[in-house]
Design a protein around this ligand. Structure first.
Ligand SMILES: Nc1ncnc2c1ncn2[C@@H]1O[C@H](COP(=O)(O)OP(=O)(O)O)[C@@H](O)[C@H]1O
Ligand SMILES: [Mg+2]
Length: 364
């Protein structure tokens, strides 16, 4: 079981001193464009019981993951995680309470240059990487990672432009405990692998798909016609078996969220811009499915949104008008100020009661 009671982002990208308290099963992170919502979800991913430097590289790459052919190097992605306002000393620091224990990720260091000689460079040449000259001076980071969870570990971190080029993208080991889905995760290809492993859950997900098209009967993975790559398919009463890519984005989005809930079982799920690709008309049904499924799989969920309709849809999953005082929702609003990032934490019930005032602020 993984559950964050509290998260404090001391320094991460453009965020400083952001405190998220009284976290709940469903946590809404609300604020206008560019206030740092995605950055919050990135920072949370560093807080794992067995964290290391690799997770930072994975998170650093996340924003460019759909367009890495057109992006800078991983080293550049990595450097962009430190605040651009840092001078000599670069630092990023996130901490919190996870299952009642303190957890923290703190990387400090400085930028310098290292000299790579002909021998170091041979390695890159052999891989046809573009390396100027025989001896080169390259940008490097030299620092120390301090990890805390049931004890403290300190790890030296020395990386340069070229050492990160060769990093194998062996990031799958980080898929456990904390699962992140970007606003475009549903476009990344195969997205139903976890759903179809569980017959019961598959039935529940098919019910959710029937909102969009009552004739969808089943989902499965076939091998592609060009090789042995997995391709998602939906079985349709009149259209037959068709690749998922032939269907609309709303269906893909629901599947990608459903799959991620199962993948995050017993852990934490981060959903960035939940409303992307879903029509308002389906919000109530999809969010009630999301809350039920996250309880069934014991998943703590963090959701970013800037849509007041999405907030209403998520609040509607709770019985706030009844006498029952159960509340699964925490809402954090974020605002950027020159002094740091301001957060306001309210319970779902408080937001529900002050809906008008809150709605106004979200739209600010
Ligand atoms: N390394 C950095 N240093 C300072 N500010 C940064 C850095 N990286 C990103 N930002 C700021 O963070 C903002 C983007 O944050 P993001 O989390 O993507 O926002 P949102 O998801 O709410 O739209 C931009 O305004 C940018 O100025
Ligand atoms: Mg964002």
């Amino acid at each position: 079981m993984g559950f964050f009671e509290e998260i404090y982002i001391e320094k991460y990208r453009g965020i400083s001193n952001l405190n998220l308290k009284n976290l709940n099963r469903i946590n809404l992170i609300v604020g206008m464009n560019n206030c740092g919502k995605t950055s919050v979800l990135e920072a949370i991913q560093l807080l794992r019981p067995k964290s290391d430097i690799g997770i930072l590289y994975k998170v650093a790459r996340q924003r460019d993951s759909l367009s890495y052919m057109n992006s800078n190097s991983l080293f550049d992605n990595f450097i962009c995680m430190f605040s651009k306002n840092d001078d000599e000393i670069k630092r990023l620091a996130v901490s919190g309470y996870y299952n009642g224990d303190r957890i923290s990720y703190d990387l400090t260091g400085t930028m310098n240059s290292v000299f790579l000689d002909a021998d170091d460079i041979k390695y890159f040449r052999n891989r046809n990487l573009d390396v100027p000259g025989d001896d080169v001076l390259v940008d490097a980071f030299d620092g120390k990672l301090r990890l805390e969870y049931m004890g403290v570990t300190e790890i030296p971190v020395q990386v340069n432009q070229y050492s990160l080029v060769t990093l194998k993208y062996a990031f799958n080991k980080y898929a456990q405990n904390i699962v992140y889905i970007s606003p475009f995760d549903h476009l990344r290809g195969s997205i139903i692998n976890k759903i179809i492993r569980n017959e019961e859950y598959k039935k529940v997900c098919l019910e959710a798909l029937k909102l969009f098209d009552p004739d969808i009967e089943d989902m499965m993975i076939f091998q592609s016609d060009t090789g042995n790559r997995p391709v998602d398919y939906l079985r349709h009463r009149t259209l037959g078996d068709m690749p998922l890519s032939s269907y609309g984005d709303g269906i893909k989005k629901v599947l990608s969220i459903s799959n991620a809930i199962a993948a995050a079982s017993g852990g934490v799920l981060l959903i960035d811009e939940i409303e992307t690709s879903i029509h308002k008309r389906f919000y109530d049904d999809i969010f009630s499915f999301l809350v039920k499924a996250s309880k069934a799989f014991d998943v703590q969920v963090f959701i970013t949104t800037h849509s007041i309709e999405a907030i209403d849809g998520i609040l509607a999953t709770q019985a706030y008008d009844s006498q029952n005082d159960q509340d699964d929702i925490c809402a954090c609003t974020i605002k950027k100020t020159p002094e740091g990032s301001l957060s306001r934490i309210l319970s779902g019930r408080e937001v529900y009661k002050n809906r008008e005032a809150f709605g106004f602020e979200v739209r600010l």
